[in-house]
Design a protein around this ligand. Sequence first.
Ligand SMILES: C[S@@+](CC[C@H](N)C(=O)[O-])C[C@H]1O[C@@H](n2cnc3c(N)ncnc32)[C@H](O)[C@@H]1O
Length: 204
Amino acid sequence: MASFLKSLFTNCACPQGRMGRLMLKFMNLCHAPLTNWGLNIAGIQDGWTMLDIGCGGGATLQRLLKRSKGACVYGIDISEESVAKAKKVNAKVLDKQVFVCQGSAEKLPYEDGEFNLVTAVETVYFWPDLPDCLQEVKRVLKPRGKFVIMVEVVDRNSMWTNVVEGMTAYQPIQLQQMLIEAGFTQTEIHLKKPSYATVIGIKK
Ligand SMILES: C[S@@+](CC[C@H](N)C(=O)[O-])C[C@H]1O[C@@H](n2cnc3c(N)ncnc32)[C@H](O)[C@@H]1O
């Protein structure tokens, strides 16, 4: 049982195979409360071009699309399994309004200044060099574009960081500090019980 759970949860970092597919289904449902709350704070406007990094099973792409008439939404994920699931979930609008590709937050395959909004839901824990990735996020944002980070694991010694390999938890204040150091302005922290955090930074 313990090894089954460990193997299941290790698929949070990079979903693969049958367990990965199971985890993606689970995350599409279970991350809804955090994501809906965070996106409602983000002040999304019609016609925006938006990117979700670490898009997993693609539910956030749907949630973004629902909040912005005439939007274009991009998703990127390091896992082939996540990309396949995100494409399936968004099949009706795929390659029309929703575009999904495989890749990493470290090197985003987009032009400078493409996006009004970049989101990252439950994924920054796994990004290899967060300060470098923040520079990459800033590069692809338009001037005044927003980066919205949503996390629910904010304690370095949580059960999750012990169970999920390669996971680093950041306190909201640490994420805010990193955003400031990366050159973002008007940073904000929003908190909600049980341990939801949305941390926002704006590109100058
Ligand atoms: C816990 S899941 C969250 C998925 C989705 N955002 C959600 O809320 O359901 C983390 C996702 O981040 C992806 N990921 C991990 N490291 C990444 C990186 N360096 N660049 C892009 N995606 C990454 C994983 O493959 C996985 O799909």
